[in-house]
Design a protein. Structure first.
Length: 267
């Protein structure tokens, strides 16, 4: 039985060996055929590559450029629609304010609230503040109830140059906070002044130039004397005068993301 089984196994191996030989021969023939076709295939591949570079690629680049142009136009259109929406909103709000002003102009009750008895103490407070700051040639300050603004030394506040207007506007704002706080009137107790010392940096004329005065130092010293329930935030493009000890009250805004504090609001 053992010899017969071994002979049967040998016959099976010989049969498989024959099949393997046939398969190898077929594969060799196929490999030979492929080797013969390979040069033609390489030539075809080269021709296709040239066609892609000369025909397909330029068209693809044009399509990409066209797509980018359309995308940019789409962004511009969206931005324009946003601006148009904002414009409509502002126009609507402006019209509402104008209607309110028109109604308020005919309201005698509103105008009667600003009597001399009411505005005179406030105007005196503004005058005192301007004198303490060293505002040039302050004679008298009063409040014009018709114009709803200050008259400084007989001259309307709006008639001064932009530098002096900035100073008088700051005096108005600071005095209003002081007046309200001293008389238990509603006020948040904080003011923010943007470029109040413009006359030191960008005066309109020689009359508007205060660079030879000590008003800036007096201005900061006055603010240092504010009571603890009142606060003023000053946003300026120039450093405070060196003779005023502000300590850590000064914060420099670098405008750069990687250097110090970027600005009043975080980046």
């Amino acid at each position: 039985m053992t010899v017969a089984a071994a002979e049967a196994e040998m016959q099976k191996i010989e049969s498989r060996q024959s099949e393997l030989t046939t398969t190898i021969a077929a594969l060799n023939a196929e490999a030979q055929s492929i080797r013969k076709l390979l040069p033609n295939m390489r030539n075809s591949l080269s021709e296709l590559s040239i066609e892609i570079e000369t025909v397909v690629s330029p068209d693809l680049r044009r399509q990409r450029a066209t797509y980018k142009e359309l995308a940019d136009k789409g962004a511009n259109v969206r931005e324009a629609l946003g601006l148009f929406s904002n414009l409509n909103d502002l126009t609507s709000r402006k019209a509402n304010l104008e209607r309110q002003n028109e109604r308020g102009a005919g309201d005698a009750t509103s105008n009667n609230r600003l009597t001399n008895t009411v505005v005179a103490p406030f105007a005196e407070r503004v005058e005192s503040v301007l004198r303490q700051w060293g505002f040039p040639a302050v004679e008298q300050v009063h409040f014009d109830t018709t114009a709803k603004d200050l008259v400084v030394s007989g001259k309307a506040r709006t008639s001064y140059g932009k530098g002096l207007r900035a100073i008088t506007q700051s005096a108005f704002t600071i005095s209003l906070m002081q007046y309200c706080a001293d008389n238990d009137l509603p006020h948040p107790g904080i003011v923010v002044l943007d470029s109040p010392l413009l006359s030191y940096r960008e005066p309109d004329s020689a009359e508007d130039d205060l660079s030879d005065t000590n008003l800036n130092g007096n201005f900061y010293r006055y603010l240092l004397g504010l009571e603890s329930d009142r606060q003023a935030i000053i946003v300026e493009n120039m450093d405070p005068p060196s003779d005023v000890e502000l300590g850590n009250r000064v914060v420099h805004f670098s405008g750069m993301a990687d250097e110090g504090r970027f600005g009043l609001f975080p980046l």
